[in-house]
Design a protein around this ligand. Sequence first.
Ligand SMILES: Cc1cc2nc3c(=O)[nH]c(=O)nc-3n(C[C@H](O)[C@H](O)[C@H](O)COP(=O)(O)OP(=O)(O)OC[C@H]3O[C@@H](n4cnc5c(N)ncnc54)[C@H](O)[C@@H]3O)c2cc1C
Length: 385
Amino acid sequence: MSQSAIHSAASAEVVIIGGGVIGLSIARSLALRGVRDVIVVEKNDFGREASWAAGGILAPQIEADTSNDFFSLACASRDMYRDFANALRDESGIDVELDLTGTLCVAFTEAEEQELRSRCVWQRGAGLDVEWLTAAQARALEPSLSEQVQCALRFPNDLQVENRRLVQALLISNKKLRVQLIDQCAVQSVQVVAGKVQGVNTSQGLIGASSVVIAAGAWSSMIDPARQIQVEPVRGQMLCFQAQPQIARHVIYSSQGYLIPRADGRLLAGSTTEEAGFDKSVTDEGVNKITSMAREIAPAVAELPLIDSWAGFRPRAADDFPVLGNSVEIEGLVYATGHYRNGILLAPITGELIAETIVSGKTPEALAAFLPDRFQVVSTKSELS
Ligand SMILES: Cc1cc2nc3c(=O)[nH]c(=O)nc-3n(C[C@H](O)[C@H](O)[C@H](O)COP(=O)(O)OP(=O)(O)OC[C@H]3O[C@@H](n4cnc5c(N)ncnc54)[C@H](O)[C@@H]3O)c2cc1C
């Protein structure tokens, strides 16, 4: 259902292209900072692409073997989630089901055990909370784990969120904050004159704005007037089983995939990592791969009815890291894309840092490693003016 339509001669202080968790988080953060004139433009329904398809795992530690700018950003965002979830509940009345149980990573082979051992040593040395579990200890926590599990790591600070509820909460919160939400409206191009953003050309007409944020997920490159970023879709398939009673408490990772127990008895299993363009099919190959991964972790999955499956497009930039911050080529153009496998995790910090960028006119230090100018521009400046 259409949220809103464009009135003639529409304009705003900030236009955000894309109504996934990233665009919606930025809009909310801007509104909370007092920016009163924000429009989010979504080509279909809000939050129905990657943000809907995702698993909602908020787990920067589970695969981390070294500290870098991305790890710091991801941990900072995870650590914002309790306040983020509480604030969203107050603003929207929706509980985003933030789950504090923690995550487990299990090993089936000597090589995997060695990998977990090194991760444990490094993370403890870095002062991070991580627990080493023998097979018996792991099965005491999660009785459905396979007898083949040799050992596990538990990350007590990692979280999960129900990402579809998160989308709903962000939508209601933005409406209450008087952000204008326009769906069924595709941005065709960003209008640029003499190196400055003027607004966006859409399927419903022009919206004038001095700031435009590209938060269009896997589609971001298609509307990038600076031709600076190459964001590609990476398909991920997911399966959903009915587990009543639930067979796990933690999010459980193996080297092949993961299980995500939801509070309502669904058990999600994912995923695949495929370059398939914008083809959103769920394939037999994908279903077989995910099913065998899930049964390897917990053989009881074989008894569970498969009730749903879907696929979505992770937005991946050329170096796998997010693209966040002002364009140096075009005044008023801001990027917030390329969140790849971690956009749900990074939503709160992206919202805050991009809002700060726009309101203060300065680049926060935490964004220095993620600025778009790390990529070469394909076009020349004269083409853009
Ligand atoms: C199977 C799968 C599992 C995942 N699991 C996790 C996880 O457990 N944890 C995690 O943190 N991340 C996970 N991710 C990644 C996460 O989903 C993404 O990084 C995140 O959703 C990106 O959010 P976004 O708002 O940038 O993109 P999207 O949610 O894709 O939103 C972009 C929006 O822009 C709109 N749009 C595009 N072009 C235009 C245009 N021209 N005009 C107007 N609107 C436009 C689209 O319609 C879309 O709604 C997963 C992804 C997949 C696919």
